[in-house]
Design a binder for this molecule. Structure first.
Ligand code: B16
Ligand code: MG
Length: 211
């Protein structure tokens, strides 16, 4: 298989912002007296902001208007952005940086395929932006994973066909999206144990030996 591009999911693959998501959602849920814990937070992995809110509101004892929901999502995002401001290149492991550097040396084009509307900010804060030839994120898509749109747009930006690209994901919905788009589906974390994953990684640098 000729592989010329790799599209990375961001949260859970290159960085780990799930604790920040947890803290920001928890602040909102506590204010609204809605039960929310880390188990519910795990269900938000790779899920868009509004879909995440719907999952949290499953435990609420009343319903909310669309306007109220938008205000809640904005409140959570403001708290989350404050936490993201504390991020720096130290939040990216040496293993990730060394692997990206070696992939670039091999002439492989790299892109982001993330559901997050904050992907650009996270990439800048962590210095990961310098490695990426393209960024497709929550700002340029209309359909969330498991729809392949975010990855198809990334491949398009790289001017590569999906058959020449791998997608690296930590969420099962992301693996489903990769397969639906015709990409090689590489799984790490939760997605490494998913039976639909083409290539499971036990650690990020394994990427260099499986491709
Ligand atoms: P935002 P990924 C996802 O990022 C996160 O895993 C998920 O928890 C979050 O709800 C989603 O982005 C939207 O994030 O509120 O920043 O737009 O894994 O697709 O890189
Ligand atoms: Mg993810």
């Amino acid at each position: 298989m000729e592989l010329n591009g790799i599209i990375f999911d961001l949260d859970g693959v290159l960085v780990h912002t799930d604790e920040f998501h947890y803290q920001a959602w928890k602040q909102l849920a506590d204010r609204l007296c809605i039960p929310f814990d880390r188990q519910v937070n795990n269900r938000l992995r790779g899920v868009s902001r509004m879909a995440s809110l719907e999952i949290i509101l499953e435990a609420a004892d009343r319903s909310f208007s669309d306007e109220e929901k938008l205000a809640m999502a904005e409140e959570k995002n403001a708290a989350y952005r404050k936490l993201l401001e504390t991020m720096s290149p130290k939040d990216v492991s040496d293993e990730v940086v060394e692997t990206l550097s070696k992939l670039k040396e091999r002439g492989i084009r790299l892109a982001i395929g993330s559901s997050s509307k904050n992907a650009g900010f996270i990439l800048k804060q962590t210095g990961l932006d310098i490695w990426m030839d393209a960024v497709s994120d929550g700002n340029n898509i209309t359909r969330s994973k498991p729809d392949p749109q975010v990855f198809l747009m990334a491949a398009d930006m790289l001017t590569l066909p999906p058959a020449q690209c791998a997608v690296v994901e930590d969420a099962t919905a992301g693996i489903d999206a990769a397969l639906a788009g015709g990409f090689l589906a590489v799984g790490i974390g939760d997605a490494a144990g998913y039976d639909r994953t083409d290539k499971p990684l036990s650690t990020f640098s394994d990427l260099l030996s499986i491709l």
